[in-house]
Write a protein that binds this ligand. Structure first.
Ligand code: C5J
Length: 228
């Protein structure tokens, strides 16, 4: 077993890449593309677009290294039977979960807007976790998939930093996983929330995990390969 040290906040983290998984959270058309749910709510989706290239670079690096790669999507069954009324009955009725949007029904599985953006499309064999909540562990088999592969560390990327990324990191931390959040591969519609969300993860000696960058992880992978 070889371990790699990756520069991170609040201190470097030692990682065994053979026991590390890349988790790409909710890089869905509804959140990222003009005309989706996020844009319909009045958000500037270009802010989320900034995470696509870093995610793509990390995805290529993880695939080349043979790491477990998992994708998540937030969404619900077409009859919304898995969507809590408290989640659905919120906000403008024309922009609610299940309402018709320009990319199909908002946050409904099988609709175009629910798909992952083409640049980050999962390969056959890469698990896609369909989650009804913000956290990727809630009512999914993610924990089982990770435990069956003896995963100890998660490289966490995706959107949005303060909602689904944060919730997933908190859930993972409570389940004993070490989370390394890649700051450039995450994004928020609110730059301040992104900044503070990352600061919260690394605060108090890394209360929920570590924060690093795509380049730092890719450099550690390259150094490991060179040493092999
Ligand atoms: C939100 C998410 N923001 N993926 N979802 O509702 O963060």
């Amino acid at each position: 077993m070889s371990r790699s040290e990756i520069p991170a906040e609040p201190f470097p983290i030692s990682v065994d890449f053979a026991r590390t998984a890349l988790v790409i959270i909710d890089m869905q058309r509804d959140f990222l593309e003009p005309g989706g749910f996020g844009a319909a709510l009045g958000n500037d989706v270009a802010l989320l677009g900034a995470a696509v290239l870093p995610c793509k670079a990390m995805l290529a690096g993880a695939r080349a290294a043979g790491m477990l790669v998992l994708h998540t999507r937030e969404g619900h069954r077409p009859d919304l039977s898995d969507a809590p009324p408290a989640k659905v009955l919120r906000g403008d009725p024309t922009r609610r979960i299940g309402a018709a949007g320009p990319m199909g029904r908002i946050l409904v599985r099988g609709e175009a807007g629910h798909d992952i953006v083409p640049a980050l499309a999962p390969l056959p064999g890469e698990p896609v976790i369909d989650k009804p909540g913000k956290g990727a562990f809630y009512q999914t088999d993610l924990d089982l998939l990770l435990r069956n592969r003896s995963i100890e560390t998660l490289l966490v990327t995706g959107v949005t930093t303060e909602v689904c990324v944060h919730t997933t990191v908190r859930e993972a931390n409570d389940r004993g996983y070490r989370c390394l959040v890649l700051s450039d591969a995450c994004a928020s519609y609110f730059p301040e929330f992104h900044r503070v969300g990352l600061a919260m993860i690394a605060a108090q000696g890394g209360i929920f995990g570590w924060v690093s960058s795509t380049d730092a992880v890719l450099a550690a992978l390259a150094a490991r390969d060179q040493a092999a």
